[in-house]
Design a protein around this ligand. Structure first.
Ligand code: AMP
Ligand code: ZN
Length: 437
């Protein structure tokens, strides 16, 4: 049993938590009614707080989708005059109107506290020097972790994204102990440490990594931990639920505690919209319980995960979710096989000969859809002779085929050959004439 940021909230019994959630849900529904969107919808369906006799009655309320947010862009979900809000953030959406979330003072304080609580759970303390390596701006990872780490009391360096040499210099100048970055960037940063001949254990004070904002496998986490020689904790969040600070790993790294005093979570079958049996994978649906300017009710995140059974040795009672295995919208279909990028990554990362970067390209060749996987070979192996590389290539093809039931084309490329991305890694390029066919 460890220490907590907010013991009362983090270790509530199931019945205390349920009572807390029920109270917060009623407040949230009555606030939501003030917004044009929910106000209109609830009136039409005859819904309101009077319908809420217990927590389960949340199922009477319709779900909210990203499309609903887009169609009511930008102010349709606001519960208060715009001048009572003090900040907005957008999600990294792909096309069309972005989704925008407004916050008032209460919302920002509540968010910063959740991030502080998350960092504390992972082992960060006020004595740490926290370097936040990610984009500042509309993306929530920058300011979200900035204010969260400040709330924790750590010296917080708003390092921003990119410029690896400068990042390393900052770490050395100020004795950075904790770094937050997206996983695909950390593997790149490591190669710069190598190039500069800087030994992380000897020449820096780094002791803990926080990684998140993009999907990654357990194998990739292990790699990052092995490269840096320290632990890396998974951080999950999305702009619609503030950003970081939704679910986070504690020191035991046995899944991510989802902060249930601030969010009500359901896991549903995305086709039937019914709850999945306890412990099965489905789409995460979330309701904000502590947001005033723009509460969201039963928001469909599109993220796929499951609740993990059992109790965590840390003593926190908030349920844990498994790492995100994919999104309902990042699955692609080739020759009738449903494939998630993380299935491919899982296989690749188990090969020590394979480097950190890969790209899945879907294309139509002579009228047939094909999956081409470009894979960077690790530096130590690339010099190997052709036979060795060909043998490696075949083993990769076979293992991926066994996992996804489709024979991919695999092309091995030299380290650093694939395009590098500033923000979240793009793992799939779909160049097919007839997408999804
Ligand atoms: P955004 O709102 O633009 O920051 O994007 C949020 C999305 O990023 C989530 O819905 C997830 O799909 C993804 N994401 C964030 N954190 C993680 C994580 N730790 N593991 C996997 N995916 C993540
Ligand atoms: Zn725990």
């Amino acid at each position: 049993m460890g220490m907590y940021w907010q013991k009362d909230l983090e270790t509530m019994t199931a019945s205390q938590l349920e009572a807390h959630q029920f109270q917060k849900l009623k407040e949230t529904v009555s606030l939501a009614e003030q917004s044009p969107y929910y106000g209109g919808l609830f009136k039409k369906r005859g819904l309101g707080t009077a319908n809420l006799k217990s927590l389960e009655d949340i199922s009477l309320f319709p779900m909210t989708t990203k499309e609903d947010l887009r169609e009511n862009f930008p102010y349709g979900f606001l519960t208060m005059p715009l001048n009572n809000t003090i900040r907005l953030h957008c999600s990294s959406g792909t096309t069309g109107n972005p989704t925008v979330i407004f916050h008032n003072r209460h919302d920002l304080d509540s968010w910063a506290n959740l991030v502080a609580r998350s960092l504390f759970a992972a082992g960060a303390r006020s004595t740490d020097v926290f370097q936040n390596i990610c984009g500042y701006g509309l993306f929530t990872g920058g300011l979200g972790f900035q204010y969260g780490a400040e709330c924790l009391g750590a010296l917080t360096i708003p390092a921003g994204a990119g410029n690896s040499k400068r990042q390393i210099q900052l770490m050395q100048n100020f004795g950075t102990t904790v770094v937050h970055a997206i996983p695909s960037y950390l593997t790149r940063l490591y190669t710069v440490f190598e190039e500069l001949g800087i030994d992380i254990a000897r020449d820096t004070k780094l002791r803990l990594l926080v990684i998140g904002a993009e999907p990654h496998t357990e194998a990739q986490r292990q790699r990052i931990q092995d490269l840096f020689g320290i632990k890396a904790f998974n951080s999950f969040g999305l702009s619609e639920m503030n950003g970081p600070g939704v679910a986070f790993e504690c020191e035991y790294q046995t899944g991510l505690h989802l902060w249930e005093d601030a969010f009500f979570a359901e896991i549903i079958n995305p086709d039937t919209l019914e709850p999945v049996p306890e412990g099965e994978v489905g789409e995460l649906v979330m309701t904000t319980l502590d947001r005033q300017a723009m509460p969201l009710i039963r928001y469909r995140t599109r993220d796929l995960t499951r609740f993990l059974p059992g109790e965590c040795p840390c003593g926190r009672t908030h349920r844990r979710i498994d790492r995100i295995t994919g999104r309902t919208d990042d699955m692609f279909i080739v020759k009738g096989c449903n494939i998630f990028p993380m299935q491919v990554e899982k296989i690749l990362m188990n090969f020590p000969e394979i480097g950190h970067n890969y790209l899945i390209v879907l294309e139509t060749i002579k009228g047939v859809d094909e999956m081409l996987i470009k894979v960077e070979v690790s530096r130590d192996w690339f010099a190997g002779d052709m036979d060795v590389l060909e043998n490696l290539r075949r083993r990769v093809v076979n293992e991926i085929r066994d996992e996804v039931l489709l024979t991919p084309q695999v092309k091995l490329v030299e380290p650093g050959a694939l395009p590098k991305q500033e923000g979240k890694a793009v793992r799939v390029q779909d160049l097919r004439k007839n997408e999804g066919a």
